[in-house]
Design a protein. Structure first.
Length: 108
């Protein structure tokens, strides 16, 4: 049986940044692409049809907001390669009586 981890966001500034980030179609495409398998920026670029410079900027935004998990490997020819995997599977939000509630559903 799989346990679902949910994090309720309390900080209003973080809520705003999460909404802004997840409103971006490129950020959502990157999260979707990396949901099940860690991928390189180049793989993300080709799969999502995103310009490479845009992909790197959005990847950095997602890493900064702790939505994307970076990991590095050294290739056989000695080059460093970073792979990225989505830390979240979903988000739920509600707005009631002037209060915004956000819960992040973690990717297991």
């Amino acid at each position: 049986m799989q346990t679902i981890q949910v994090l309720k966001i309390g900080d209003n500034e973080r809520k705003e940044k999460l909404f802004e980030t997840l409103a971006d179609p490129y950020c959502r495409a990157i999260l979707k692409s990396t949901m099940n398998v860690a991928k390189s920026a180049m793989d993300i670029t080709f799969e999502c049809k995103i310009p490479i410079s845009t992909a790197y900027r959005r990847i950095q935004t997602l890493v900064d907001h702790k939505l994307l998990d970076p990991s590095g490997i050294i290739t056989d020819d000695g080059k460093r390669l970073f792979l990225y995997k989505s830390k979240i599977r979903g988000m739920t939000s509600s707005f009631s009586a002037g209060n915004l509630e956000i819960e992040l559903i973690y990717n297991s």
